[in-house]
Ligand binder design. Structure first.
Ligand code: 7TS
Length: 408
């Protein structure tokens, strides 16, 4: 990895303060910071190349279209898709995951069919299929989690059956940071003819994704967690499947011919992109991918794991700190302080200039499984330092002193 200082220099926001303290950003799993190159790419479109895409036949319109489609090409290469036509731009991972369920669910799920998911899912992965299951009178089946909350191939096998039609699972948990053995799971799912929708929102910032190697049917992620802007997400789908799927949103630029009695639609991915897309954000996503590629996933993972281990070592020495994932695969730490509500702790972190997330992390099923109403989550990314971890630890000790011992 380029030197940590060089990386930090690329993120202007790191010069900011919060509550009079240097900003310590440990909430990248909620949204990552954006490097200057991403901000500049969006500005370039907004100040030099503004035009709608796929419409104007004038030079500026063509240039804007080239930038937008160039981003699609970069995304396709980033996840090793066979073709750019397998990349649908959405407004985020949530929309991508919903698109799969809402487009396919009513046509392929029948009464008595089974949909496999897990209690580790983000609501965006779980709720669309719960909705489909309820409407189609199908059954949701949950992969039993191991004692430490992991999805394993063995446990997946125990719920797979001839009735399984869809498997909807997370690639990387947003609470525990575990990597799901998704490739093996996909192979097993395909052996009974089931389709697999992978939620890769927390995978794309941290690990190399190769959709052809995984052989997944669908894979969704979001730009804003991987150094990109908000408002842009990606649905990868095998072209043969996208071709058969119905659009769920109708309007401009997704049509072929419109007639009084019926209309025909464009080929994928365009039939799924009704209306003016988030052009600037798509262009920003390309810059984010270029930035990630420049650093490389090996360096990203090494940096995250090093800092994670440093943090686990220090936090676990503090009496009363309960870490739920002392062992994990990416830079996510999920913890609580005995007898202190995470929302109370959140205000202490806030005062210390430390951004961490407190709550259920859009995983209420998993909070129930953990038997915790809420937890604290610190999430580490490429720009974090040991000093950031030291600030997290200092704030944790201070919070404990305030709430348990009344020391201010
Ligand atoms: N799936 C996972 C695993 C996620 O972590 C998130 C967002 C989503 C889907 C939805 O992504 P979106 O971009 O459409 O919102 N997760 C979180 C989080 O952990 N904290 O804030 C948002």
């Amino acid at each position: 990895m380029s030197s940590l200082q060089t990386v930090r220099d690329d993120f202007k926001i790191l010069n900011e303060t919060m509550n009079g303290k240097p900003l310590v950003y440990l909430d990248s799993s909620a949204t990552s910071l954006k490097p200057n190159s991403v901000v500049e790419a969006i500005e370039f479109y907004n100040t030099k190349k503004t035009a709608n895409v796929h419409r104007g036949v004038y030079k500026l319109g063509n240039e804007a279209t080239e930038l937008y489609e160039g981003s699609r090409h970069t995304v396709a290469k980033f996840i090793n898709a066979k073709s750019s036509n397998e990349i649908v731009f959405t407004k985020g991972c949530t929309e991508a995951l919903n698109l799969v369920a809402m487009s396919l669910g009513h046509s392929i799920i029948e009464e008595g069919d089974e949909i496999i998911t897990s209690e580790l899912e983000h609501h965006s992965s779980f709720l669309p299929w719960q909705w489909i299951a309820n409407h189609q009178k199908a059954k949701l089946v949950f992969v039993p989690l191991t004692e430490d909350g992991r999805i394993t191939v063995e446990n997946f096998k125990s719920v797979l059956s001839e009735r399984t039609k869809v498997v909807a699972l997370t690639y990387v948990s947003n609470v525990m940071g575990y990597i799901t053995p998704i490739k093996e799971i996909i192979k097993l799912a395909h052996s009974v003819g089931a389709l697999v929708s992978v939620d890769a929102a927390q995978a794309s910032p941290h690990i190399k994704i190769d959709v052809q190697n995984l052989d997944c049917d669908f894979l969704s992620f979001t730009g804003h967690k991987m150094l990109g802007p908000t408002g842009i997400g990606v649905l990868y789908g095998k072209y043969s499947l996208l071709e058969k799927m119905e659009p769920i949103s109708f309007g401009g630029e997704m049509i072929d011919l419109v007639d009084l009695n019926g209309s025909t639609f464009k080929n994928p991915p365009y039939k799924f992109e009704a209306g003016t897309p988030v052009i600037g954000s798509a262009i920003g996503l390309k810059a984010a991918i270029d930035y990630i590629n420049k650093i490389g996933f090996d360096a990203i993972q090494k940096h995250e794991i090093e800092l994670r281990e440093y943090a686990i070592d220090l936090l676990s020495k503090i009496e009363g700190v309960n870490i739920y994932n002392t062992v994990s695969d990416v830079g996510i730490i999920n913890f609580n302080i005995e007898d202190v509500h995470p929302h109370d702790m959140a205000s202490v972190y806030d005062n210390h200039g430390v951004c961490v997330r407190a709550g259920h992390h859009c995983t209420q099923l998993f909070m129930k499984w953990l038997k915790a109403p809420a937890t604290l989550r610190a999430s580490i990314y490429i720009y974090n330092t040991k000093e950031d971890i030291d600030a997290l630890v200092a704030a944790t000790i201070s919070g404990k002193d305030i709430f348990l011992h009344g020391i201010f």
